[in-house]
Design a protein. Structure first.
Length: 486
C-alpha cells in the first residue's frame, strides 16, 4: 500500500495570552510563561497553578524556550523559532512557514508528496479538499517542485483530502480529519504496485493431502529468475510489477503423477493464487489378476501361500515407471501370450512409405510417442485408412482387447521406448514368470525374435526389437506383440 504518515501539531483552541497569577484558566487554553519563555496548554478547568516545565501535572508544555524542533515525516527534524506567539518553521529546503498561536483559527496542513516509481513525478499534481461532507471540491493545492502542497482549513471543519492516482502504483486512500490543531503534516508516496503470486504445492499420498515442503518454484519476469522454496505450509510467494508478464514453473517429482507445471501470467491482481498437486504412485512391476486386483510379486506369492490366490489367476504383468506415467504410457502384457509365444508375423505396412502422423527417427526420448505406443498405433491406423494403406501390425494390435474385472483395456503396438523399458526390466519379468508359470521355459530374456514397434525410422523403415532396437523395411513380416493400456 502507499504510505501516508500523519504528524499532529500543538493543540491551541483558546489563546490565554501571557500567564497571570491568580487567574483560573479553562481547559485547552494556551498561555505564554515569560519566566521560562515557553508556551503551555491547560490540562483542566480552573487551573490557577503556575507552569513549571515538561513534567507539570497541570500544564502541557507546548513550546520549550526560544527554539523548538518539530518532528515531521521519516523522523526529519525541522527548525522552528518562537517570537511571542508566532512560530516560524524553516524546512530542510530553507522555506519558511509562520503560524500565530495567539490568533490562528485555521489548521495548516502540509502535504509532502514523493515518488518511488520511475517515470512518475509529483510536481504539478493537484490535491483536492472536500469540506463537511461535500461532494464538490472545496479547495485545491498544487504540489510544488519540492513536493510540497499546503491547505489552510478553518477550525472545526471536517475535511477529506483526495490524491491523484497513477496507473501501476498502489492506491492512495483519501485522508479524512477535522481541523482542530495548528499544524499537521501528511506524507504521501507513490509506490510501485505489485501482484503477489502465491503458489501452493500439495501432495496426495494414499488419498491424504498435505502441504509439500521444500519444492523449488521458479518465477521468471523481465529476464530475472527467482527460485523460491515452499515452506512448511507448501507455499511460495513472489512479487511482480503490474503489467509485466511472468512465468511460474514447478518441476516434476519422481514417484508422482503430476507433470512439470509451467504457465505464464500478466500481473494485474493484488494476489494470484496458483494451486498445484503431486499425487504419489508406486513404480515397478505388478501382477494383475483376472479380477483386476494388482499385486507386487511378494504380495502375490504370500497370497498364493495363504490359499487366497491361485497362480493361474495371474493374467497380466503391468509395467509402471516414472517415464511411462509422466507420458501416459503405462502398459501391461498377457503372461500366457508371452510364455507361449502366441504372436503371428505381420508387415508394419505393406508399402515402404513415410507416415506423416508420427515422427521420423522416433527413437529418442524427446520424440512424440516415444513412450506412447497407443497414441502412435492409433495415428498409424487412421493415416492408413485415410490414405488407403495397409497397416497389418498396428491394426492387429488395435483390435486386441483384454478385460480384467469390469475394466476393458485397449491393445496397441508397443513403442520403441516401451520396449526399451520392458527389456531393461527383463530379469524382474522373468522372476515373475518363474513364479506364476513355472512349467514353461520361455521367458522375456530369451525372446529375441524380431518384434515390430510402433516407431518409424524413415520413409521406408521402422524400428523393431530383438534384444535391442534395430531397423528394417516396413514391408517385412515380423512378430506382433500386443501391449495393453492401463
Amino acid at each position: 500500500m502507499a504510505t501516508k504518515t500523519i504528524n499532529l501539531g500543538k493543540v491551541g483552541i483558546t489563546n490565554g495570552g501571557d500567564w497571570v497569577a491568580q487567574v483560573a484558566y479553562p481547559k485547552l487554553t494556551t498561555v505564554y510563561h515569560a519566566a521560562t519563555m515557553s508556551t503551555y496548554l491547560s490540562l483542566h478547568d480552573n487551573n490557577m497553578n503556575e507552569p513549571t516545565g515538561a513534567s507539570d501535572a497541570h500544564w502541557q508544555l507546548m513550546i520549550d524556550g526560544a527554539t523548538v524542533k518539530v518532528v515531521v515525516a521519516e523522523a526529519e527534524q525541522v527548525n522552528a523559532t518562537l517570537n511571542g506567539t508566532v512560530v516560524t518553521i524553516t524546512d530542510r529546503h530553507g522555506h519558511e512557514s509562520s503560524v500565530d498561536l495567539g490568533v490562528s483559527d485555521k489548521e495548516t496542513v502540509l502535504i509532502r508528496m514523493s515518488s518511488k516509481v520511475s517515470g512518475i513525478t509529483v510536481e504539478g499534481k493537484v490535491i483536492s479538499a472536500y469540506y463537511n461532507g461535500s461532494s464538490e471540491v472545496s479547495a485545491t493545492a498544487t504540489v510544488n517542485a519540492d513536493g510540497i502542497a499546503r491547505f489552510e482549513i478553518p477550525f472545526g471543519t471536517q475535511y477529506r483530502l483526495s490524491f491523484p492516482q497513477e496507473a501501476g502504483t498502489e492506491h492512495i486512500d483519501d485522508y479524512e480529519n477535522t481541523a482542530l490543531v495548528i499544524w499537521k503534516g501528511v506524507d504521501v508516496v507513490y509506490q510501485q504496485r505489485y501482484e503477489v503470486a502465491e503458489v501452493t504445492v500439495q501432495q496426495k499420498v494414499n488419498g491424504v493431502i498435505s502441504p509439500c515442503e521444500g519444492i523449488e518454484v521458479t518465477v521468471v519476469s523481465d529476464g530475472v529468475t527467482q527460485v523460491i522454496t515452499t515452506n512448511s505450509e507448501g507455499k511460495a510467494t513472489a512479487s511482480v510489477m503490474y503489467g509485466h508478464s511472468y512465468t511460474v514453473s514447478i518441476g516434476h517429482r519422481i514417484g508422482y503423477y503430476a507433470k512439470e507445471y509451467s504457465q505464464t501470467f500478466t500481473a494485474g491482481y493484488p494476489v494470484r493464487g496458483i494451486q498445484f498437486e503431486y499425487e504419489h504412485y508406486d513404480t515397478g512391476l505388478r501382477i494383475v489378476c483376472t479380477d483386476g486386483v494388482e499385486y507386487t510379486m511378494e504380495d502375490f506369492s504370500e497370497a498364493v501361500d495363504a490359499g487366497s490366490r491361485d497362480i493361474s489367476e495371474a493374467t497380466v504383468i503391468l509395467v509402471k515407471t516414472d517415464e511411462l506415467i509422466t507420458e501416459g504410457g503405462v502398459f501391461g502384457f498377457e503372461i500366457d501370450s508371452m510364455v507361449h509365444r502366441r504372436y503371428g508375423s505381420q508387415a508394419w505396412c505393406t508399402q515402404n512409405t513415410q507416415f506423416n502422423s508420427i515422427p521420423l527417427n522416433g527413437n529418442t526420448p524427446s520424440a512424440q510417442y516415444y513412450y506412447d505406443g497407443l497414441g502412435a498405433t492409433r495415428a498409424i491406423v487412421q493415416e492408413g485408412i485415410d490414405r488407403g494403406l495397409s497397416t497389418p501390425a498396428a491394426t492387429l494390435c488395435l483390435s486386441a482387447k483384454i478385460t480384467l474385472g469390469s475394466v476393458e483395456h485397449q491393445g496397441f503396438l508397443g513403442s520403441i521406448g516401451q520396449w526399451n523399458i520392458l527389456w531393461e526390466n527383463r530379469l524382474a519379468v522373468d522372476a515373475i514368470l518363474d513364479l506364476v508359470r513355472p512349467e514353461t521355459t520361455y521367458r522375456l530374456s530369451n525372446y529375441t525374435t524380431n518384434k515390430w514397434t510402433s516407431t518409424q525410422y524413415s520413409a521406408g523403415g521402422a524400428w523393431y526389437w530383438t534384444s535391442s532396437a534395430r531397423i528394417d523395411p516396413k514391408s517385412y513380416g515380423y512378430a506382433v506383440v500386443p501391449f495393453f493400456a492401463f
